[in-house]
Design a protein around this ligand. Structure first.
Ligand code: HPA
Length: 245
């Protein structure tokens, strides 16, 4: 089973990946964010895609999620692990922490969010009760436990539209809704993977306290510095987890 990794902010390149080749592909939904990078991680074949494209130029609401997920499927990927930077809504979470979310609340809008929306295809309703594949999450969580990598094994990911950060009131509302982390790129990626019957899980890397939670403005410089450490941790976890999948 071929594993695809979609890296977000802070993970434009995947160190630890022995690259064999890159492939620019087209899908019927357009072009993915960049070339797919093929190679081995811990001796296991993987395909890597940088979600925001070379130079981090594609904002969250303009990522072609359909082309990215369909492109992965086209080259034979059967499961995707997404790496996403997130803000912490839950007070117990701090920058550099990892979370393996089990739920999503989708606040995004006006994104191409389904493969089943065309007029010529049959209407399809897909079960999304558990938006992240439980067995895939379990393997990642078990690998972390066996290797003393600390993480939070559940969480509810609030997907926001961006590219702006949220207001303090929006974050308070998301907390009342039950969300523990917030990010801009978790949807529609997860549902598109489900529609194509790909297993999908997320390693969320906390880069900052969400709006209104730290008494300070959210600074991208601060996020980037924390993100680097968090991404190193997520990469260490990936290197250990990938051969176990
Ligand atoms: N909000 C939304 N997306 C994010 C954040 C945040 O605070 N941090 C990293 N991605």
């Amino acid at each position: 089973m071929l594993t695809g990794i979609i890296g977000g902010s802070g993970l434009a390149r995947l160190e630890g990946l022995t690259i064999t080749h890159r492939e620019v592909i087209r899908s019927e939904y357009g072009e993915p964010s960049g070339a797919l990078t093929f190679g081995q991680m811990s001796g296991t074949d993987i395909v890597f895609l940088n979600r925001h494209g070379p130079g981090h130029i594609i904002p969250p609401h303009r990522v072609n999620y359909r082309a990215n997920v369909h492109g992965m499927k086209q080259v034979g990927v059967e499961r995707i692990i997404a790496i996403n930077a997130v803000g912490a809504i839950d007070d117990g979470l701090n920058p550099v922490d990892l979370v393996i979310p089990d739920q999503i609340i989708d606040y995004t809008y006006a994104r191409e969010h389904t493969f089943f929306g065309s007029e010529d295809g049959p209407v399809k309703h897909v079960d999304f009760t558990c938006p992240y594949t439980p067995e895939l999450r379990r393997k990642i969580i078990d690998t972390a436990a066996q290797n003393n990598i600390s993480l939070t094994p559940t969480g509810t990911y609030a997907a926001t539209q961006g590219p702006r950060f949220e207001t303090a009131a929006e974050i308070n509302r998301m907390e009342r809704d039950g969300a523990t982390i917030v990010g801009m790129t978790g949807m529609p990626e997860a549902i598109l993977a489900r529609e194509l019957e790909l297993d999908y899980a997320m390693i969320a890397v906390v880069s900052n306290a969400a709006a209104g939670r730290s008494g300070e403005e959210i600074s991208v410089d601060e996020i980037m510095s924390k993100l680097q450490l968090g991404m190193d941790k997520s990469r260490a976890l990936l290197e250990l987890a990938i051969p176990q999948l």
